[in-house]
Design a binder for this molecule. Sequence first.
Ligand code: NAD
Ligand code: IPM
Ligand code: MN
Length: 350
Amino acid sequence: MTDHRIALIPGDGIGVEVLPPATAVLDRVGARHGLTFTYDEFDWSCERYLNEGAMMPDDGLDRIRHHDAILLGAVGWPGVPDHISLWGLLIPIRRQFDQYVNLRPIKVMPGVPSPLRAAVPGLEFVVVRENVEGEYSEVGGRFRRGFPDEMAVQESVFTRPGVNRILDYAFELATTRRGVLTSATKSNGIVHTMPFWDELVAEAGERHPSVSWHQEHIDALVAKIVLDPARYDVIVGSNLFGDILSDLAAAVAGSIGIAPAGNLNPERTYPSMFEPVHGSAPDIAGRGVANPLGAIWSAAMMLDHLGHPEAAAEVVAAMADVLGNTPVRTADLGGTADTATFTRTLLDRL
Ligand code: NAD
Ligand code: IPM
Ligand code: MN
């Protein structure tokens, strides 16, 4: 028996609804693979912020530092400004635990029509998002607030080590897949950081001669993904470009409710965090109708990260089985099943 200690942070909105299905799946598949999971649940959320003035306690990060992994639902709720909730919980975890890789695979599942004519069943690609620097920075300042010519300035930060390590991760990943890589850039418009990014991509290309790579401007790239998604396999992008690309990719696969993410600290100095790409979905929260697949697939990525690729593959196969061979699906995929019914069906098939 191997036991893994997992920090659970359900967070807000449908985050609270999609984590129980994920842990139920972990327990079920774990039983067949000699794995048990000990969950420590943390109530860090907007509700906590409103009651106690902080999203998490001062020593919050110390409390989860020694867990094997973190499973998070979603953060953010109307009434608490997003920059307060996210910079009070999600972003500090990514940064303090140096989770500089945000790995976001997409796959057009059987039985789930892509809205794109050009997307064939089985189509898959992966967005590798830089996760701790770039456009998400605290550098810069606000000037002249309260005057007619007020303005806000925020600087993007791209460091050679920070860019090199995400590029090396993406190029290495490409060598294990189709050997092709696309870099998202905007060096025609963003005159300082993006030409530097391109230069480092070219150097990374020389370090990984077996990978055939090219770069595309982010505006043209998103259009081409819509028109011809099968061209792509590994797409690497900065923090903001990767964020936008991953919701687009999720929509290509039929619903943002399916898409998973792994916030990885590849050196394993700190725990990695797994979470669906979607947010707290206030428009459907509390009704028990959220699609739990994004959280379940994220839990499968966690299994893989913890060294259990067969168990992870069984979860993904069960997802494909339910979607491909039964009519059971949640409303975002055109079905009528609620979260609990869908989860029961998946557990039965596992
Ligand atoms: P969202 O992902 O919460 O919702 C976008 C749309 O997708 C909504 O119509 C929602 O109903 C639908 N949707 C999302 N997940 C779904 C699921 N599992 N099943 C069915 N439908 C689903 O994005 P938003 O509306 O921009 O953000 C809402 C809040 O969540 C904000 O506070 C935002 O900052 C936060 N957010 C948090 C994270 C995170 O914690 N990682 C990610 C994105 C957004
Ligand atoms: C995501 C989210 C977050 C991000 C927000 C909520 C800060 O959109 O995980 O994709 O931009 O990273
Ligand atoms: Mn996002």
